[in-house]
Design a binder for this molecule. Structure first.
Ligand code: CMP
Length: 137
């Protein structure tokens, strides 16, 4: 069925000038961009978005990284877009993400405490509606 998902071009993707390339891949796959905005997230938004990771060793570096510059938030729509975008994105670790994916083609390890992996995509319909409400409040 037609779904919606939240896609983020994270601050590393925006800073490296990869926003256009990432959007190109989303559109080329056939997903629809229903809304899009440049967001400088505050700590409250990031803490809500990443609540499930609180207490993990990479949590503080993750919030610091995500607050380091603007992100592009995208509301994307399409049949099975949640699963489809996560497949386009590739696995979390950009060093080993498959070539052909956004992370596999464009990302790598920069030796930091957090994986700077260019994009985020919601992992379920419940996460998508929760996250879309936060980023498109
Ligand atoms: P994402 O899956 O979008 O959301 C959680 C983020 O935390 C993840 O992307 C990475 O940026 C980061 N992350 C997840 N696991 C690790 C890890 N083991 N070490 C460092 N960063 C991680």
């Amino acid at each position: 069925s037609v779904e919606e998902t939240l896609i983020l071009v994270k601050p590393d993707g925006v800073a490296r000038g990869l926003t256009g390339e990432i959007i190109r891949r989303i559109e080329a796959k056939g997903y629809r961009l229903a809304d899009l905005r440049l967001v400088a997230p505050d700590r409250e938004l990031l803490a809500a978005h990443y609540a499930e990771h609180e207490g993990k060793p990479f949590y503080e570096p993750l919030l610091e990284f995500m607050a380091s510059g603007p992100a592009v938030a995208i509301r994307a729509q399409g049949e099975r877009v949640i699963e489809g975008f996560r497949s386009l994105a590739g696995t979390t670790d950009p060093t080993t993400a498959a070539p052909g994916t956004i992370r596999g083609d464009l990302g790598r390890d920069w030796g930091l405490k957090v994986q700077q992996n260019l994009v985020h995509g919601s992992d379920s319909p419940e996460s998508a509606s929760r996250e879309l409400a936060l980023w498109f409040a």
